[in-house]
Design a protein around this ligand. Sequence first.
Ligand code: G6Q
Length: 562
Amino acid sequence: MSSRSQHSTAGLPPVLPPASECAEWRALSAHRDRMEQRHLRELFDADSGRAERFSLEHGDWFLDYSKNRIDGETLTLLLDLAHARQLPQRMEALFGGERINRSERRAVSHMALRSTPDRPFSIDGEDVSADVESVLSRMSDFARRVRSGDWKGSTGKRIRHVVNIGIGGSDLGPRMAAKALAPYADAGLDVRFVANVDGADLMGALRDLAPEETLFIVCSKTFTTQETMANAMSARAWLVEGLQDESAVSHHFVAVSTQLEKAASFGIPSAQVFGFWDWVGGRYSLTSAVGLSLMLWVGEDSFREMLSGFHSMDEHFRTAPLAENMPVLLGLLGVWYSSFFGCGSHCIVPYSEDLAQFPAYLQQLDMESNGKRVDDAGREVDYPTGPVVFGQTGTNGQHAFFQLLHQGTQWVPCDFIGFSQSHDPLGSHHDILMAHFMAQTRALAFGRSAEELEAQGVDSRLVPHRTFPGNRPSNTLLAPRLTPSALGQLIALYEHRVFVEGAIWGINSFDQWGVELGKSLAESILPDLDGLLDPGSGHDGSTDQLIQRYRGQRRSLPPEEE
Ligand code: G6Q
């Protein structure tokens, strides 16, 4: 038993004074007032080497951050702020396995999941590398057996369909990566993801499946998440009914969880439970056993190649000087826009259909991590923290929300992500795609002035409508090809960017108390939706009214649909 009291801070990194109280923060505020007056056109005109100077390369990724509203002094001041906020010490604490998730008193060591023998990871003084490798090799054995057809369903047929049942961090990562790495899926398996407790999700996924060829992965760190448990129980009932065999469950269900006993009580033999640890946060868990569905889809080699991509970016982040460190620069730019310019949103636009799920994945990674209004000491912060993250693939987004990006009253910093080679070459499609990729960042940055339009003879009444103010910042990330390694590097880049921002803001990027209240209220509402008693006790007037209306409409359904 630990001798530390619940509220002890022993062993935790120190809490700094509020970020806005430091001199470096004030210097940046004053600098922002100057930078607000400057246009990207002018910054590019003044410095022919700007693009090269504000670019950086690591692994597969080339980052051009020259189209940001910064100059050399901005970077110096942002780096000063990083030092004042003890970013290097925070990074050391992160990689040292310290319990930097203060409110849950946990280490944050997802990097241990993709490390190499020369970079052992210790948590509470214990090297976890052997545990990590042991789960990975169990996953690999299992994946090999399923992919080769050696693993059979209860009727002796091989598995052709895999359904991952999980939500949030137990869904978004593997779902996104499975789509991103579809060109590497090579075993003739079909992998699906069910997250929503809306029956349409599970029923839609199972509609054309044969139970004897279907394997379910119940993926839940806690093994108590209501949505996942409801879906898992319904999937179990579907399987047992379809095969008329209760014992079929052990052939068709495996689990991924930190709660081995809970998985066993669901009827999943312990040899089919793939564990992970409380030092892996849900939204940082793709490289743990949570990635099992992905490994089944693309195989062990591609999965391990993705892990090395992650590791390469982890090492870059850990070792590169701050001024040449990709996650650090992106994080500082994020702080610059959110806290100093008050930008409330950040847009992610991958010019790659395979990365279609990436904005949704990043939305959780960023918003659940940095959507916090109090700092590590529980003090309310007096500066904006994490932005609303949204996005969509290019070119689709161009025909949807780009109007606001170009001409709206607010400006939205954007990340453009693209590849020089396509997995699906088709005539000139890829060149067209990438021409748009480059054109959009150019239009955002440089715009189109009234003078240009007038010189072109545009009707003066239309000039205001057709003017693009420009000066709207973006980062461009370009890699040769979306390989498993490039994907791993990209995800790790964003994971560490989120860490950098949280460290500067002094918030805990690794808890998520904001998801609790809604969950417990749903628990108190659920019995009233179905119960015989009139609701009205304990809820507010609006909720009671909605419950009454719901119950009335629910009762009026024809009996067979109830
Ligand atoms: C992520 C969150 C959250 C979590 C889901 C699913 O960081 O913790 O999204 O992943 O709530 O939780 P379980 O894996 O425990 O079912």
